[in-house]
Write a protein that binds this ligand. Structure first.
Ligand code: ADP
Ligand code: MG
Length: 401
């Protein structure tokens, strides 16, 4: 049995016209002799009637905080609706499909509502459906706990569903259909002349996804990598080849940066020794924050100060923790972390210097930098980020270099 998992994102299922493209892709897979297993997201994006955010706006904040089980059931509805609508479109095209919730498709999770971890995938029902010649349409982003309650897998969770089913069913590849041609050298919404990357390694895409490129969920990349199933990112609206993600990296000699990614809503925190001399907690600050589950990034420790970034959603919690620890700090909100990623930068001297020169020439202040073997990060104010990313893309990735 040659199985092919095909996942369609929110914009791909949002209108009748787009759904007919979805049907076309499923049809083509069948034509090539594959048994398609389809995974769908909720229709449309924020503000649209069947988008998950719209459902969430229907219940009070207080209820949401106190009823995670109910919230997960509510959040799962959009994907469930999509499965039936796609099944209808397929039936009009003469294909028999079976719409399934994540739980019915065998996605078993723990009961960590809103961000549940998948414990196992029970394949029997999917296999039965495939053997009967029908097409399973699985609601992405959701599972069922061992106690039998509906759970959700966190933002971007439909990618995770696709990756899980792809590895469990030994799919030929996992096709992720979206609204861009594949993985690009930068987010095409920010850099209009970003170009398509045809082949790239799991590791590099994981790094991109982890650093904010929302084109694929990092956990989905990890699952596909562990199962050694190729991931293919394609555009629902055309027949382009897309991006193939496998273990083999394609190294172009002399190329140091393969892509640029960014993450908004970062806050730069500075904690000065001179302002916290009397507090013994100064030395255990990082520990104290970790114990309170505040995740830190770009950590620079100097004899006279500690500098790091946090996500803006953690700001209230961070402020409470700092007050409890009796520590003073300053915060710069509205920052963007830019990541330049490339396996070829290992050991190449002068890359940071070049980045700083480009940003200096654009008159953009760099608040912080950090680097690893394959990534260089720099922090800038968010209102400068678009210009910074475009300037860096011109320097490192433009065809017109
Ligand atoms: P879907 O609803 O199909 O899951 P997403 O919005 O989650 O789609 O992901 C697709 C979006 O990812 C694109 O519209 C694009 O703006 C964004 N994106 C960010 N970085 C990149 C990149 N390097 N290459 C391609 N797309 C990117
Ligand atoms: Mg997505």
């Amino acid at each position: 049995m040659k199985i092919l998992v095909q996942k369609f994102g929110g914009t791909s299922v949002s209108t009748h016209e787009r759904r007919s493209r979805v049907v076309d892709k499923i049809f083509k897979a069948k034509d090539k002799g594959f048994l398609p297993v389809v995974v769908v997201s909720a229709m449309g994006r924020k503000g649209q009637p069947y988008a998950t955010d719209t459902f969430l706006s229907l219940v009070s904040e207080n209820f949401k905080v106190n009823n995670p089980l109910s919230v997960d059931l509510l959040m799962s509805c959009g994907e469930t609706i999509s499965t039936v609508i796609i099944a209808d479109e397929l039936s009009k095209a003469g294909m028999e499909a079976v719409p399934l919730t994540g739980g019915q498709a065998g996605i078993i999770t723990d009961d960590n509502y809103n961000d549940a971890a998948v414990l196992k995938v029970k394949k029997d029902k999917l296999m039965d459906i495939l053997e009967s010649g029908k097409i399973p349409i699985v609601a992405g982003f959701q599972g069922i706990s061992e106690k039998g309650y509906v759970t959700t897998l966190g933002r971007g969770g439909s990618d995770v569903t696709a990756a899980l089913l792809g590895t469990a069913l030994n799919s030929e590849s996992i096709e992720i259909y979206t609204d861009v041609d594949g993985i690009m050298t930068a987010d095409p919404r920010i850099v209009s002349d970003a170009s398509l990357i045809e082949r790239i390694s799991y590791n590099e895409v994981f790094q991109m996804a982890d650093q904010g490129a929302r084109v694929i969920h990092p956990r989905a990349v990890k699952i596909a990598m562990d199962g050694n199933v190729p991931l293919v990112i394609k555009n629902t609206l055309n027949d382009g080849k897309g991006t193939i993600i496998t273990n083999s990296a394609v190294e172009v000699p002399g190329k140091v940066v393969d892509s640029i990614t960014s993450m908004d809503n970062r806050v730069q925190i500075t904690v000065k020794y001179s302002e916290n001399k009397d507090s013994p907690n100064y030395y255990t600050l990082l520990d104290g924050l970790a114990n309170n589950l505040i995740s830190l990034d770009l950590i620079n420790v100097f004899p006279y100060e500690e500098v790091f970034t946090i996500d803006d959603v953690d700001m209230d919690n961070f402020d409470i923790v700092m007050k409890n620890l009796g520590l003073n700090y300053t915060a710069i909100r509205g920052c963007t972390k830019i990541s330049l990623i490339g396996s070829g930068m290992r050991g190449v001297p002068g890359v940071i210097a070049k980045i700083l020169k480009v940003l200096f020439e654009e008159n953009i202040k760099v608040l912080q930098t950090a680097d690893s073997h394959t990534t260089i990060w720099c922090l800038v104010k968010s209102d400068m980020a678009g210009r910074a990313i475009n300037a860096l893309h011109r320097e490192f990735l433009s065809d017109k270099r």
